[in-house]
Design a protein around this ligand. Sequence first.
Ligand SMILES: Nc1ncnc2c1ncn2[C@@H]1O[C@H](COP(=O)(O)OP(=O)(O)OP(=O)(O)O)[C@@H](O)[C@H]1O
Ligand SMILES: O=P(O)(O)OC[C@H]1O[C@](O)(CO)[C@@H](O)[C@@H]1O
Ligand SMILES: [Mg+2]
Length: 541
Amino acid sequence: METLPRTISGSVPPNLSLPPNNTCRHRLLTYRHGFTHLNLNLPILRSQGRSTLFPKVQCSSQPISKNNIDFSDPDWKSKYQQDFERRFNIPHITDIFPDAHSFPSTFCLRMRTPVNEDFAEGYPSDEEWHGYINNNDRVLLKVIHYSSPTSAGAECIDPNCTWVEQWVHRAGPREKIFFKPEEVKAAIVTCGGLCPGLNDVIRQIVITLEIYGVRNIVGIPFGYRGFSDKGLAEMPLSRKVVQNVHLSGGSLLGVSRGGPSVSDIVTSMEEKGINMLFVLGGNGTHAGANAIHNECRKRKLKVAVVGVPKTIDNDILLMDKTFGFDTAVEEAQRAINSAYIEAHSAYHGIGIVKLMGRSSGFIAMQSSLASGQVDICLIPEVPFNLHGPHGVLRHLKYLIETKGSAVVCVAEGAGQNLVEKTNATDASGNIVLGDVGVHIQQETKKYFKEIGIPADVKYIDPTYMIRACRANASDGILCTVLGQNAVHGAFAGYSGITVGICNTHYVYFPIPEVISHAREVDPNSRMWHRCLTSTGQPDFI
Ligand SMILES: Nc1ncnc2c1ncn2[C@@H]1O[C@H](COP(=O)(O)OP(=O)(O)OP(=O)(O)O)[C@@H](O)[C@H]1O
Ligand SMILES: O=P(O)(O)OC[C@H]1O[C@](O)(CO)[C@@H](O)[C@@H]1O
Ligand SMILES: [Mg+2]
């Protein structure tokens, strides 16, 4: 990432040109500069899922979510709302098969043991169940009415911060279903990296499918690769198989990156007779799931493709959080506490902990906040220098002189402009990052040696230990609800959707809306400022 120049006027650095399709949005940044605060209205350019901040760049397009609105048009608000409704409409099987039949749901909201003779012929007709979700139920996406664009974190559509309602579809079981359970072959696939909670979601999908009456349920082994590799057989799944899988981390089915083309995946689905596909993965996996959904439509296949966002980095847009994130933050406490103990017990001890977060610093930020033991938190969204009068090393010297020890928490994607580029990509095409944790450790040792102050530097990288954990209780509940809602969405006939939690309610999103770029920590957000307040760190540029 480019470092934000110290001057507030400037232009795009000569070595960086703006791609023509760059999306561009403005955000008012309260930029802390030494002891002063500068308010800059900076355009944020999105490129390869990362934000790069430049002052005074000409943006030819309006903010992406505002669709070039003409605010002098008295109808702009209703037009915006209509456009929002269109964008967040969730694809349904009847879009392609207008004559598709629906059936009364086989999902029972109340259950009694089958041996109960009183209900052998079904439930009494006067027993009413009010547990189904109406297709027109909606959840409000934005719940704060900002009265001024200068309110912290303000996301105003127009200069007057007009209140514009943005509603998204409520998740849950519908009264009418579009698949007969006996005709369903459901498959579950887990792709990308590991994340606490994968097994919990698999378990709930299987259990809920069985409650609908589905008997043909399989797991695709090792991600999308399992659709093409001849040596990988699908795994039959049932309540019995998945009963205890949530007690351990990892994925019962295995994960992988890379794999076959979308066309080959859909051909394989046709051969296997799969008409419900549950896809657990991050941005890449969801891009794949959306492409599979589109390919099924192109081939006129009556298939439901439903995603469950899996990203330990918490970098999927619009959701309160994704499963596994809470567990990661909790587990990171152990590493931070160890770093603190080491640093605190040593003479001039410095503990450095690297946490996951490829382009988003949520784990590092929340873990630092939760621990209260971190002096310096470094995330990809906020540029920093190591050297120089305002650099991290100078502040470490200050901490050693004043406190005697220090703890640094750094996200893996932070400060990538400071480390050597690897020029490597993984099987999915993701850039392999340079190791910023090791770099900071080495530079810290060098710096203290040069200035002749002894420092005992300890480095902890707990990333894969954190990722392999089983989900904690709060993630366990989230996984349960997401897994159940994924099945409800598929039976309701929706496809090309993903499930999420939004303002504590469960919703369905069309996939493209949540993966257009990675969700990032807003450096102007209250949460990041809370983190800075907690660590007491200055700006490092
Ligand atoms: N644009 C795309 N279209 C189709 N498939 C894709 C696309 N991007 C990635 N994939 C496929 O999705 C799978 C997972 O992608 P990736 O390795 O990027 O993980 P991810 O889902 O982003 O999860 P993580 O958060 O762990 O990185 C891979 O099999 C990859 O081939
Ligand atoms: O080593 P792997 O499996 O490629 O995964 C590492 C990546 O996966 C993630 O956990 C999720 O994207 C990132 O934080 C990390 O960069
Ligand atoms: Mg990814």
